[in-house]
Design a protein around this ligand. Structure first.
Ligand code: COI
Length: 368
């Protein structure tokens, strides 16, 4: 029998040289890391090995390791927050573990016991506790990563793997802060397709998005809005899920693409839908997960019925969308005098209120 992941076996080796902790205003997303990292090796014969927290270090891998050749790689994005009392909180870590295991199963990397990895991540966060920044909008971004390490050019299921977690103290994801982002809708390229892996958090989904993003950036847009099919179904932004508010029949509709395999199953997306269903009056609001096209967005904008739009993801939390460029059309999204729509600001406050422990909602905020 092979061993399951067991947090009680954790071994800790503390770093001797401690890194400086940068002030919040110098934090750049994902550029600086904490003193330590968490690692667990897996082999097909033995299962999960001893979890280890040790000083942050380079990895040493055979150049033939399957991660480099066939993209046996997946990751998660999650955050630890410091609340007003100084306690550290994780936001819905169970959701990240479920998604990570789904990604692993899809590319034949080993799965693990969710709760054991959460316990290990908590211990890791406590070891590097001083890097969890104080202040709303700041957090410790955690990057659980799983790679196939089998040294072989054969294309087959890895028999060795490494799960590791690194952590980076962060502020706002976009250098522009909480300002409306400008998107360019994709034209001839596609990010994901039904039956593909666009709903899994695989590194392989991200690299192909960079060239279109650079091209969009050269035309003044921060991100792409990925469309699918002849009809131009709106899917997601690549680093965020996308939400739109339309006015229809005297009510407002909050609409986002359904989980049909072409969008990432965002934890922030799920949280926003649940909070909106619970808190927005149904006499005034319809909350929809349904297919919708960029044409529908434009027609609503032209008719003055596009109320607001925002992106949502772990890194960005909630980010107002101010403009979408599509086939030479500029779709202007109202952002009001505050630079953000009303619901955008409201859901950001709701999510951050729970993340920073100012309010309790179900068991979404887990004190470490
Ligand atoms: C996240 O929101 O955590 C992401 O994974 C987006 C990006 C930084 C890759």
């Amino acid at each position: 029998m092979t061993a399951g992941l067991d947090a009680s076996k954790l071994e800790i080796t503390k770093a001797e040289n401690l890194k400086p902790m940068l002030p919040n205003d110098q934090l750049v997303f994902g550029k600086t890391f904490t003193d330590h990292m968490l690692e667990i090796e897996w082999t097909k014969d033995q299962g999960w090995g001893t979890p280890k927290i040790s000083p942050y270090h380079n990895l040493s891998l055979d150049p033939s390791a399957v991660v480099f050749h066939y993209a046996f790689e997946l990751f998660e994005g999650m955050k630890a927050f410091r609340d007003a009392e100084g306690k550290i909180r994780l936001f819905r870590p169970d959701m990240n573990m479920i998604r990570m295991n789904k990604s692993a199963a899809r590319i034949t990397l080993p799965t693990f016991d969710d709760e054991e990895l959460i316990k290990l991540i908590e211990k890791f966060v406590l070891v590097d506790e001083r890097f969890v920044p104080k202040g709303e909008g700041y957090s410790l971004y955690l990057r659980p990563t799983l790679i196939g390490t089998t040294a072989s050019l054969g294309v087959s299921a890895p028999d060795r793997a490494l799960l590791y977690v690194i952590a980076s103290p962060v502020g706002p994801y976009y250098a522009t802060g909480f300002k409306p982002v400008s998107l360019e809708a994709s034209e001839n390229l596609v990010r994901a397709w039904p039956g593909g892996v666009g709903d899994k958090k695989l590194g392989a989904n991200y690299a192909p998005c960079i060239k279109p993003q650079l091209e969009a950036a050269a035309r003044g847009h921060q991100q792409n809005l990925w469309l699918f099919g002849e009809e131009g179904y709106v899917t997601e932004v690549g680093t965020m899920n996308a939400f739109f508010v339309f006015e229809a029949d005297g009510k407002k509709e909050l609409v986002t693409a359904p989980l049909d395999g072409t969008i990432l199953e965002g934890v922030t997306r799920d949280s926003i839908l649940e909070l909106c269903r619970e808190r927005l009056p149904s006499s005034e609001w319809t909350i929809s997960e349904r297919p919708f096209t960029i044409k529908e967005v434009k027609e609503n904008a032209d008719a003055g019925k596009l109320v607001e739009a925002f992106g949502a993801g772990t890194a960005a939390i909630v980010s107002p969308i101010g403009n979408i460029s599509w086939k030479g059309n500029e779709i202007k999204v109202p952002v009001g005098s505050e630079g953000t729509g009303e619901l955008t600001k409201t859901v950001l406050d709701w999510i951050m209120g729970i993340q920073y422990g100012k309010e309790t909602f179900k068991n979404w905020s887990r004190v470490v």
